[in-house]
Design a protein around this ligand. Structure first.
Ligand code: DGY
Length: 324
């Protein structure tokens, strides 16, 4: 019997491709060229499934052009690159890779938070530029993290993992989320206290964004929200570009409206706003929150598991669409 045909849209670990090849006729893209929407629509002709990453936009057009498509398995927890409603209407299963990246991404949120508050990358650039000629009482003074108030906007599993880590820093945690967590989850998340978004913005010393991107969360942090924050506060975004209005953030950082920001994600990445580059009070990283070797492998294998289950009569664990 012929194996079902699938497309893997980007380069991936070779052993994951080998696993997929045991079940499918695989069209791989190890040269890693990013397909346009039209190319993706074309390459999916005749395919039963597709293994995607956050860089491909699987639009209603791509889905409508491929009536044989049965499953879209994204190697990411975020899925704003896929038109879920169009997939559901077409009876196409969409899956993501939750949980396997929670702890690694929470570690990275802390790396950014600490680097931002304590000016780590700015200090290194200064040292490398040969500017360090003596100890001074006021060299590169930053903000304390221990004993401060941590604000988390978007208290899903990653937000909770970030909150749990704050116990060692003796922090108070406040959070805002679409809905309040159950009391046992709040207790486990360093006794996080549910407050309004405005209260997080006004009271937190360090704010971490972990909410999913959607039309509702587009520019959830803009000029008005930044104006509510303490002048001494830091903002960390490990969620998605577009949640923060980058132009408004650049203006706030330039004016000293807030102290600093740590950003792993950007509007229109990788073509981010060059205004960030002239600022010393921002730590910039290229969307690597989940990028540890074991976690990226776990994400790839999770997406592969989902695709294998979806196309071989199994039950994918991470279905985002209702089965029709
Ligand atoms: C995710 O899983 O959504 C990450 O942003 C991908 O690295």
């Amino acid at each position: 019997m012929n194996k079902p045909e699938i497309l893997v849209t980007r380069a991936v670990f070779p052993d994951v491709l080998e696993r997929l090849a045991r079940h499918f006729e695989v069209e791989a893209n190890q040269s890693d060229r990013i397909f346009t929407e039209e190319e993706l629509a074309q390459r999916l002709h005749g395919k039963a499934g597709v293994f995607t990453t956050p860089t491909e936009r699987v639009t209603a057009h791509v889905i409508a052009a491929n009536p044989r498509l049965k499953a879209i398995c994204n190697m990411a927890v975020g899925y704003n690159n896929i038109d879920i409603d169009a997939a559901a209407r077409a009876g196409v299963i969409v899956t993501n890779t939750p949980d396997v990246l929670n702890e690694t991404t929470a570690d990275f949120a802390w790396a950014l938070l600490l680097a931002t508050a304590r000016r780590v990358t700015e200090a290194e650039h200064w040292l490398r530029a040969g500017k360090w000629d003596r100890w001074r009482f006021d060299t590169l003074l930053g903000a304390d993290v221990h004993g401060s108030t941590l604000g988390i906007i978007g208290m899903g599993r990653i937000g909770q993992a970030i909150a749990r880590r704050s116990t060692g820093f003796n922090m108070r945690v406040i959070y805002h989320n679409r809905s309040r967590l159950a009391p046992d989850l709040e207790a486990h998340a360093n006794h996080a206290q549910y407050v309004s978004k405005e209260e997080v913005l006004r009271s937190a010393d360090h704010i971490v964004l972990t909410l999913p991107y959607s039309p509702q969360s587009h520019h959830a942090i803009g000029a008005a929200e930044l104006a509510l924050m303490k002048r001494t506060a830091t903002l960390v975004n490990i969620a998605r570009g577009g949640i923060v209005d980058d132009a408004a953030l650049i203006a706030a950082l330039r004016a000293g409206r807030i102290a600093a920001a740590g950003l792993d994600v950007f509007e229109n990445e990788p073509a981010f706003d060059p205004g960030f580059l002239s600022l010393s009070n921002v730590v910039l990283t290229p969307h690597i929150g989940s990028a540890s070797e074991p976690t990226r492998r776990a994400m790839a294998n999770c997406a592969a598991d989902n695709l294998i289950a979806a196309l071989t009569g199994g039950n994918p664990l991470n279905i985002l669409t209702p089965r029709i």
